[in-house]
Design a protein around this ligand. Structure first.
Ligand SMILES: CC(C)(COP(=O)(O)OP(=O)(O)OC[C@H]1O[C@@H](n2cnc3c(N)ncnc32)[C@H](O)[C@@H]1OP(=O)(O)O)[C@@H](O)C(=O)NCCC(=O)NCCSC(=O)C1=CCCCC1=O
Length: 377
């Protein structure tokens, strides 16, 4: 700060600041809250200004969020919102495998399955978490350190910007695991990538590569993360060296198959993951954001969030009610199947068995659910 401005601050700023937070800054299990010094466009630390890094910390379960973590995220976004010296929020997770794969399926299967009134309360917290991201007083950057799936994709899309390492996949899981992607995805995806591709993602649950997600518009920037022989290379599992196939169809960003895929997997094995370019890209974006008038920036992102907010606010209460009741049958079955299955038995039910039973008018009995579990005879 220049000496004249500094002197004015000393003479005029209040001696004691009022705390606008609802809760003390707390550390919640599974959520890290870290203030990191902000940097300017030259990469120099700007004294007295920070960016908050909010990180999901449950890497063994692919940074899926438990109920406690949802509470932690609400508080963390509130704290970052109120912190005068914080410029931007970086929303990320621990490790290089997953940003987040959504709700914790173990908790869903072992506590919420068959318990709609409890899940309804959980969904109040979930909705508050998404609203806390969309209502954050600071710009929110989702730093995608690894796959962003299910509810992970939903909370990621609630952020203002997405910067991803290019090995990350983006997708939904709901209809395969007994849910519908109505925790934000059905609101945000059509706005962000158009109705047709939103339909593909939200119903078929086939993930997009980071390269495709970038092309479609779910993320603003991707960076390489795999280093082979000391050099960064593009995700070797995905087509990145050509745009069209021989029939003129776009193949850039599609997953490789056959021999190409096998060769890509070999390269993956030889390489190591290095997220330094991701951190550089995120820091650069933060630096661009502090190089603006604060209130004009805030007004701009508040206006630009409105299409997402409108869709979210229109649907969130109905979605909550539907999801709660769905815990009685399809979610109860699908999340149990994921939780109780394994690589050998599979983690999904035989969907056609269920459809055939329902076509005969079979009611949802506990015995029906048991008969659908992976490995059931
Ligand atoms: C496709 C996957 C994301 C990745 O598959 P893969 O790479 O084969 O890894 P896995 O072996 O499956 O997983 C590695 C270990 O992590 C555990 N894991 C992964 N995801 C979760 C999770 N969400 N909760 C708890 N644990 C998780 C997994 O069990 C493995 O551990 P283990 O000890 O068993 O070896 C795949 O993992 C996957 O599909 N995951 C589940 C995705 C999912 O269904 N998420 C919930 C979606 S629903 C949701 O999020 C909702 C949000 C709010 C609104 C309502 C709603 O439904």
């Amino acid at each position: 700060m220049n000496p004249t401005t500094q002197k004015l601050v000393e003479q005029n700023a209040p001696a004691q600041l009022v705390d606008h937070n609802l809760v003390p800054e707390t550390v919640c299990p599974g959520v890290l809250y870290e203030k990191r010094p902000a940097r300017n466009l030259k990469g120099e630390v700007v004294p007295g200004l920070y960016n908050v890094w909010i990180s999901l910390d449950n890497p063994k379960q692919y940074n899926s969020y438990t109920t406690d973590m949802v509470k932690g995220l609400i508080l963390a976004f509130r704290a970052a919102s109120c912190a005068r010296d914080v410029a931007s929020v970086v929303f990320t997770a621990v490790g290089d495998k997953a940003f987040c794969t959504g709700g914790n399926t173990k908790e869903y299967a072992e506590y919420y399955a068959g318990n709609p009134q409890e899940y309804r309360q959980y969904m109040r917290l979930f909705n508050d978490m998404v609203s806390a991201i969309l209502g954050c007083d600071k710009p929110v950057i989702c730093r995608v350190n690894g796959m962003r799936i299910g509810g992970g994709q939903e909370i990621g899309m609630a952020a203002d910007f997405t910067v991803a390492q290019d090995l990350a996949n983006f997708g939904q899981a709901g209809p395969k695991h007994g849910s519908a992607a109505i925790g934000g995805a059905t609101d945000f995806l059509p706005l962000m990538i158009g109705c047709e591709q939103a339909m593909v993602s939200g119903t078929l649950c086939e993930p997009f590569s980071a390269h495709k997600a970038n092309r479609l518009g779910i993320c603003m920037q991707i960076v390489p993360a795999l280093k082979v022989d000391g050099k960064f290379i593009a995700n070797p599992l995905v087509v990145t060296d050509r745009y069209l196939d021989e029939f003129g169809r776009i193949i850039h960003g599609e997953f490789k198959t056959g021999d190409e895929l096998a060769a890509g997997k070999e390269l993956m094995k030889r390489g190591e993951i290095d997220l330094s370019l991701l951190d550089e890209a995120v820091e650069k974006l933060c630096a661009k954001l502090i190089s603006t008038f604060p209130e004009c920036l805030t007004k701009s992102f508040e206006e630009l969030r409105k299409p997402k907010l409108d869709a979210w606010n229109r649907n969130k209460e109905n979605s909550r009610a539907w999801l709660a009741l769905n815990m009685m049958n399809e979610a109860r079955t699908g999340f149990r199947a994921f939780n109780e299955g394994n690589k050998e038995t599979g983690r999904e039910i035989e969907f056609t068995d269920l459809r055939q039973a329902l076509a005969k008018g079979m009611p949802w009995t506990p015995e029906l659910i048991e008969s659908l579990m992976p490995g059931a005879k």
